[in-house]
Every structure is written in structure tokens, then in C-alpha cells.
Design a protein around this ligand. Structure first.
Ligand SMILES: Cc1cc2nc3c(=O)[nH]c(=O)nc-3n(C[C@H](O)[C@H](O)[C@H](O)COP(=O)(O)O)c2cc1C
Length: 206
């Protein structure tokens, strides 16, 4: 299980947990994925008050099978559910394949539905960055439908379109364009601000 990116350091060496945990999930398995690039850029640019975990184990999840959707699911599924429970909010970035969500990503969503433990996808604040220059309308309609079925709390102000093409990525797979980086940062702070404001703690802008 990867570790959360950031702890906020206090003076004289004390360390406290940062105020807002975001889990970022890409719907693409492709090495040079633009959707993954958006999320990795978000991780790189996140303010210190936000911790970011980019989930990178979509390909390890077994095919969804209700027979294994138990209190002791397959280990990769258990790790996914733990990551979701530990997050204050989940941010997705997903491409459209053949007019729909990618199968591997829909498989991930299917595994989230059956978790009945506190902090699961149920009523979890969620949002997405639509990175497709072509709109990917069908995929995002489907994403909205599935998240609604899961009873996730879609944070509308944090659902944004930030078109990204391959030419906008550097050798490390991060977005280089300053304007787009600014939009990604704004999306993250908007999500964190809405998801964590109700905790009574600091918002990323405060
Ligand atoms: C098999 C396949 C099917 C695709 N179908 C669609 C589609 O229906 N609608 C669309 O807008 N883009 C479609 N695309 C384009 C991808 O969504 C686009 O290449 C996207 O950037 C892939 O995301 P990634 O860069 O994160 O891997 C398709 C691409 C592939 C490889």
C-alpha cells in the first residue's frame, strides 16, 4: 500500500497529520495516460494542507465477482477499500473507451459498492476531472450514474473539464503548461475545500 504523500511539518520537528486526504484514481492503465498525468500533476502541485494518494493498482484488482464480495475480499480489493475509507474525498480522471467507461475502471467501481464499513464510497465526497479534449460525454454520464448508484456525494463545483493532450506532458509524464497546471491546482483545492470544510479544520486556502 503506497503511503500518503505529505505530512505537514510543524516547527521544532513536530509532525502532525495534514488536514485533508484525497485519493486520486485514474481510469487509464496506459503508461503515458493523460488522465493519470492530470492526477500526478495534481499530486505534485497540492498544497501542504492536502495529502494525496494516487491509486495505481487498478490492474491488480480481480474481476468483480459477488461470490468474493465478502467481509474478507481479495487483498487488492481490501487495500482499495482501505484507501477509500482513509480518504476525505476521491477524485477521478477517466477516459472514454468505445462510448463507455473503461472496463477495468468500471470493475474498480463495482468493487466499491459492496463495502458497508464506515468511510466507504457511500456518501463519500467525490469529483472528477474530465481531461478529454473530445468531451467523453458518455463516460462521464456513466460515471455520474454509477457514483449515484453507489450513493457517493458528488461535489459538483469540483467536477471540472481540463482538456489535456499528449503534447502537454513532459518526460516525467507531468503537465508542463502553466495555465493547465493552475486549473489542476484549483480543482484540487476546490475539492479539498468542499470535502474538508465540514470537518471544522482548515481549508487549503485558509
Ligand atoms: C479502444 C479505444 C476506444 C476509444 N473510444 C473513445 C470514445 O468512445 N470516445 C472518446 O472520446 N475517445 C475515445 N478514445 C480515445 C481515448 O479516450 C483517448 O485516447 C484518451 O486520451 C485515453 O486516455 P489516456 O490518455 O488517459 O490513456 C478511445 C481510445 C481507444 C484506444
Amino acid at each position: 500500500m503506497p503511503v500518503w504523500k505529505t505530512l505537514v511539518s510543524e516547527p521544532v520537528g513536530q509532525v502532525m497529520a495534514a488536514t485533508c486526504h484525497l485519493l486520486l484514481i485514474s481510469g487509464s492503465l496506459r503508461t503515458r495516460s493523460t488522465n493519470t498525468a492530470v492526477l500526478r500533476t495534481a499530486q505534485a502541485l497540492a498544497p501542504d494542507s492536502v495529502t494525496i494518494l494516487v491509486y495505481d493498482r487498478v490492474a491488480e484488482l480481480p474481476h468483480f465477482n459477488p461470490d468474493y464480495d465478502t467481509d474478507q475480499p481479495p487483498p487488492a480489493v481490501g487495500d482499495l477499500r482501505t484507501a477509500i475509507r482513509q480518504a476525505d474525498a476521491v477524485l477521478f480522471s477517466v477516459p472514454e473507451y468505445a462510448g463507455a467507461l473503461p472496463g477495468s475502471f468500471k470493475n474498480l467501481l463495482d468493487w466499491t459498492i459492496g463495502d458497508d464499513q464506515p468511510g466507504s464510497i457511500y456518501e463519500k465526497p467525490v469529483a472528477w476531472i474530465n481531461a478529454s479534449p473530445r468531451g467523453a460525454v458518455n463516460a462521464h454520464e456513466s460515471l455520474r450514474k454509477v457514483l449515484g448508484y453507489a450513493s457517493a456525494a458528488i461535489l459538483e463545483p469540483a467536477c471540472v473539464e481540463i482538456p489535456v493532450i499528449a503534447a502537454m506532458l513532459d518526460d516525467d509524464g507531468l503537465i508542463v503548461d502553466a495555465s493547465t497546471r493552475g486549473q489542476v491546482t484549483h480543482a484540487v483545492t476546490t475539492l479539498a475545500g468542499h470535502a474538508c470544510a465540514s470537518q471544522g479544520g482548515e481549508t487549503p486556502e485558509s
